[in-house]
Write a protein that binds this ligand. Structure first.
Ligand code: ADP
Ligand code: ZN
Ligand code: ZN
Length: 667
């Protein structure tokens, strides 16, 4: 008998030793079934260590599944992922094996042999391929990526260029090279960007459908993709962040499109940043990775300026169209009429365009009708029962809704507190703007573009098609509009509240606001030949520096300022942050434990621990919440410091402790 170490799938953070007869061939990365207590569970072989336990205490392995091995680079990735994000290794294994369980694995073994012989996606060619002749910037950039593929010198590329500069076409060239060399490709997109639009463009370029992976994909399809990936079958997969947990056997290239998008950061359950993890994964597999964005994250700009990433820049729009003209509307001088939110300048522009049958868009990053409803008589505010927040009125569905926990109440017109008829809406959401437009243009076709109206991919694609075809006069939308869609008929964009998001004390407030406004503005006039698109930004702070950089469409100017600010305040990317969030239904127990942690706070040079403080959302989903914020220099092994600290006091059963590395959400 020989001894093997197996990492079991599930909430375990260490490996367990098992026995295998000497004559049985077994390798690291093998998927196995092991006896565990009274159960049988899945696991992955990670080593051949001698055991501390006497051999008589060890159990025999149940079954070795006849699958290709999980590549060593992925096992290293799991280890790194676990350490970096404070996640149990077994939970990551569970993710990796996730489309399957023991039973379906066993059933599959037999089918697999056939699958391997099966051909690639490429054979099902659908269309004639149309390849655009790349402009010189595109050609030069794609050549650099291809060279790195050829020479097997993996690098991280930051592909930067204004919206519509042809970044997609550029990385498509590298995808094409991989396909010709029988390599697998993984393209990460923000979940909601995975629409038919991207797929259509891919089909146009390559003549076949890419495989798609996100939370809405059927399990059977996921199994299919997983098997192709591990069996070395040629595969281009476009997926949301969870596609990082597919064991590709022959990956040649990773692309992270819209790399700045915050939805790559998962901040509930297993917390991680998909972009950052993808960069690590690429380095372990030794393949190039391309991060693409018109408005890269500060972190990526920082790394490219430090020469850690190789910068590739596309300076112009690929269609030849010029960038839009951006004007600031000072709302102090252009106040809207009472109860309305659009200034006369914006309304006049909308009128002109509507008469000329042109499409216009209004952007306001607020779902629903109004974020706060207040009683003028008694001061009562309509709040959530489970959270320390206000309920958002949604007129269309006739409810007050909590955007944090989903709690809802049927809408009411009389104050719950004093019964008077004095409720007023305090600020607009897109439903209110929709109402305003409807009053101004009763015959117009208006579509709201938000997660409320586009609950699933089907609705989403229907509305998107209508917009692209020019069958919509006014698009009114939230941040969903900023996700890189191509609206060919759109020439005018009005930003209802340019100040929204600039405040709020969030570390990334300016960055997010800049990215949003830049991306939204970038939708205007993408396909105009002579004229330029037009953007109006309504604001009460016309001198704000973020808005000024948008007017000039000057990206690097913004990054200079923001990096200066981050450096002077010693914030990321110049330092590291980790949050610890404690929550409990029992406030007293929570404070006791927070105090206990405080008493054992480690004392390291260059590590600063703030807290415990009530979280800004100090009550959420029926649980009280406290936060610690840990800040350190970059060269410190902060994870180790925190692990040692948290190991001192065991977290009581009625308290939940979450570690959020490089936090994006400070609520
Ligand atoms: P980005 O990804 O930078 O936003 P895209 O790759 O989506 O830009 O390209 C924007 C538009 O320009 C698309 O309609 C695309 O078909 C077109 N385009 C891209 N490259 C070229 C090119 N070399 N010649 C002509 N049109 C191009
Ligand atoms: Zn009242
Ligand atoms: Zn709530």
């Amino acid at each position: 008998m020989k001894i093997i170490s197996v990492l079991p799938s599930g909430p375990f953070n260490k490996s367990f030793d098992y026995l295998v007869p000497n004559f049985v061939k077994i390798k690291i990365g093998q998927i196995v079934i092991i006896p565990f207590g009274t159960r049988e569970i899945l696991g992955i072989v990670i080593g051949f260590h001698g055991s501390e336990l006497p051999i008589t205490k060890l159990k025999k392995i149940d079954e070795i599944l006849n699958f290709p091995l999980i590549p060593i680079s992925y096992i290293k990735f799991m280890n790194f992922f676990s350490n970096w994000n404070y996640v149990d290794k077994g939970s990551i294994i569970k993710l990796f094996l996730s489309p399957f369980d023991k039973k379906s694995f066993r059933n599959l073994e037999t089918k697999l042999a056939k699958k391997q012989k099966n051909c690639s996606d490429k054979k099902n060619k659908l269309n004639i391929i149309r390849i655009k002749k790349l402009n010189s910037f595109q050609a030069k950039s794609s050549q650099q990526i291809i060279n790195s593929l050829k020479n097997q010198r993996p690098k991280c590329y930051l592909l930067e260029g204004v919206p519509g500069s042809g970044k997609t076409e550029t990385y498509f060239e590298a995808v094409d090279y991989c396909l010709k060399n029988r390599k697998q490709v993984l393209i990460l997109l923000p979940e909601i960007g995975l629409t038919s639009e991207w797929e259509m463009r891919f089909i146009e370029r390559f003549g076949f459908k890419p495989s798609v992976w996100h939370s809405g994909i059927k399990k059977s399809e996921k199994k299919n993709i997983w098997l192709k990936a591990i069996s070395k079958v040629e595969l281009v997969l476009v997926g949301a962040r969870s596609s990082l947990f597919i064991p590709f056997q022959n990956l040649g290239l990773i692309v992270v499109d819209e790399e700045h998008d915050n939805s790559f950061k998962q901040d509930s359950g297993i917390r991680y940043h998909a972009r950052d993890m993808a960069i690590y994964l690429a380095s372990k597999i030794k393949i190039p990775i391309v991060l693409s964005s018109a408005t890269p994250s500060i972190e990526s700009i920082f790394n490219s300026r430090k020469k850690k990433f190789k910068s590739l820049i596309l300076p112009n729009r690929a269609t030849g169209a010029r960038l839009p003209e951006v004007k600031i509307i000072d709302m102090k001088e252009n106040a809207p009429t009472r109860g309305n939110w659009l200034s006369e300048c914006v309304i006049n522009e909308l009128k002109k365009r509507f008469e000329n049958k042109q499409q216009s868009m209004l952007f306001l990053n607020r779902r629903g009708y109004s974020p706060l409803t207040l009683c003028k008589q008694c001061g009562y505010k309509v709040g959530c029962d489970n959270c320390d927040t206000w309920l958002v009125e949604h007129k269309k569905s006739n409810i007050f809704l909590c955007h944090h926990c989903g709690f809802k109440k049927k809408a009411f017109r009389y104050c719950e507190n004093c019964n008077s008829n004095s409720l007023v809406s305090c600020a607009p959401g897109i439903e209110k703007i929709n109402e305003e437009i409807k009053t101004l243009f009763p015959s117009a076709v208006i579509e709201n573009f938000s997660s409320d109206t586009m609950k699933n991919l089907k609705d989403f694609n229907i509305i998107l098609k209508k917009i692209v075809a020019g069958d919509v006069d006014f698009i009114i939308g939230t941040q969903l509009l900023a996700k890189g869609y191509n609206f060919p008929k759109l020439n005018f964009v009005g930003i209802v509240d340019g100040d929204l998001g600039l405040h709020g004390g969030d570390l990334r407030a300016s960055e997010k606001c800049f990215q949003l406004l830049m991306q939204v503005s970038g939708r205007a006039g993408r396909h105009l030949k002579k004229e330029r698109g037009l953007v109006y930004i309504q604001t009460y702070n016309p001198k704000n520096t973020v808005l000024k950089t948008i007017v000039k469409m000057n990206v690097s100017n913004f990054y200079d300022q923001e990096l200066d600010y981050r450096e002077s305040s010693n914030m990321p990317p110049f330092s590291r942050l980790v949050s610890i969030i404690l929550s409990s239904k029992i406030e007293k127990k929570l404070d006791e434990f927070a105090f206990k942690l405080l008493k054992t706070v480690p004392n390291y040079k260059d590590v600063e621990i703030l807290g415990p403080a009530p979280a800004p959302l100090s009550f959420l989903r029926g649980r009280y919440r406290r936060r610690f914020l840990i800040k350190s220099k970059k060269n410190i092994d902060l994870n180790n410091v925190i692990k040692n600290w948290l190991n001192i006091c065991k977290t009581p059963k009625n308290i939940r402790l979450n570690v959020d590395v490089d936090p994006y959400n400070f609520l």
